[in-house]
Design a protein around this ligand. Sequence first.
Ligand SMILES: [Zn+2]
Length: 286
Amino acid sequence: MKNAFSVDLEDYFHPSEVSADAANWPRFAARIDIGTNFLLDLLAEHQTRATFFILGWVAAYHPELVRRISEAGHEIGCHSYHHKLVYSLSPTEFREDTRQAIETIEDVCGLSPRLYRAPSYSIVSNSLWALEILAELGFTHDSSIYPIVHDRYGIPGFSRRAHSIQTPSGPILEIPIATAHLWAHHVTPVGGGAYLRLFPYRYAAAGIRHINRVERQPACIYIHPWELDPDQPRVTRGFISRIRTYSGLGTMRSKLKQMFQDFRFSTLGAVYPVPAASLVSKAGVG
Ligand SMILES: [Zn+2]
């Protein structure tokens, strides 16, 4: 079974814990090439395509990198423009940020993103209105809802499986990140980020195998380029944030290489095709 492999294309200073103010970003020395080049080489070696959720700001400041990703045949998605948490925005602000990201990505690589991932999985119970705006802007897939309990994101009890959500602007296919259902209401993520960094690789591998073999579902995995750059400057403040951001960076490359030996991957669009009926209704709307 093929699983979905996704990259949130942002630099080490984009996470909200580091610098929420986009006006400061140009002052940081860019390192996004380091992790992205590792990923592009790994994907090429395994003849695998992935989905890259592009931060609009990255498309504006690193257009050649985004073009290289697109020309290598990878799927282009959208990771907002300013990396603002969706639940901190009004619907109007969210629409504007998303439009700006779409236009910038289109200018750079000539493709309209149809898949969206919110910064820090910030589509939560009180920001579900964002799905209607995404459908209105032409998105067919969203991968922004984490079905877990976490202090900053997640909708506990939300479906752990890919499913279509009806909005007044049309349907959108929601693709949750891979999680394992341990017992009762306890759900743990296995799909990437801090969890892949902090725990031994065998936990992630066992989780993906369980999703594939027992639940008979593909797993959706995610990673950031900065997680593959162990020499990045340590700029995050606060003990918990530092652990979340920097622990396990030294082992990520070897974990990922092993994951590509053990599992097969493709893009979100290929692993979770849009039902034909909703494509027809999208065409009708336009
Ligand atoms: Zn992000």
